[in-house]
Design a protein around this ligand. Structure first.
Ligand SMILES: Cc1cc2nc3c(=O)[nH]c(=O)nc-3n(C[C@H](O)[C@H](O)[C@H](O)COP(=O)(O)O)c2cc1C
Length: 154
């Protein structure tokens, strides 16, 4: 077994929470990508990071000072998570009625919405580590977080 294979299998044993990162690019085009790499960094200042593949559509729109939202999904959002992680469903990404796209796009039905501004970008081979300063956060009281383990939603 290669180190890549054993690393992948080791990582598949983690429980991930599933989010959609969303933004508008400079030309007001909407972007949304399913992510599991969201990690809080600090409370002082409130900050988080997301690792974004350089080949993804959203990647080049994430520049210093641009805004984005991390929408933590609920167990009712498996279909939307699939849509935002499938190239062939790209045209369906903003069909869900609970998207609010007036300014920074965010999913009103999400478990939580964390609004950020890009403060730092760290390039690491295939990915950029996007560090966001948190400007606002909303959440629903009931906890029903969508999780992903061993390649499947739980
Ligand atoms: C559960 C799950 C978690 C994912 N997490 C990430 C992630 O953290 N970063 C990333 O770049 N891609 C992640 N992906 C893959 C992207 O969602 C997928 O490649 C997407 O299609 C890329 O966006 P694009 O089609 O607009 O280029 C994840 C996919 C799934 C199903």
């Amino acid at each position: 077994m290669t180190i890549q294979d054993s690393f992948r299998l080791a990582m598949r044993r983690y429980i991930y929470s599933v989010s959609i990162m969303s933004n508008k690019d400079e030309d007001k085009n909407l972007n949304a990508i399913t992510v599991s790499s969201v990690t809080s960094i600090s409370m002082q200042p409130p900050s988080l990071l997301v690792c974004i593949n350089k080949n993804s559509r959203i990647h080049d729109s994430l520049k210093l000072g641009t805004k984005f939202c991390v929408n933590l999904l609920t167990k009712d959002h498996i279909g939307l998570s699939d849509i935002c992680s499938s190239d062939d469903k790209y045209s369906e990404r903003f069909i869900d009625k609970t998207w609010n796209t007036a300014t920074v796009p965010f999913l009103e039905s999400a478990q939580s919405n964390i609004f950020c501004i890009v403060d730092n970008l760290v390039s690491f081979h295939t990915h950029s580590i996007v560090i966001g300063l948190v400007e606002d956060a909303k959440f629903h009281e009931e906890i029903s977080t969508l999780t992903y383990v061993d390649g499947s939603y739980k």
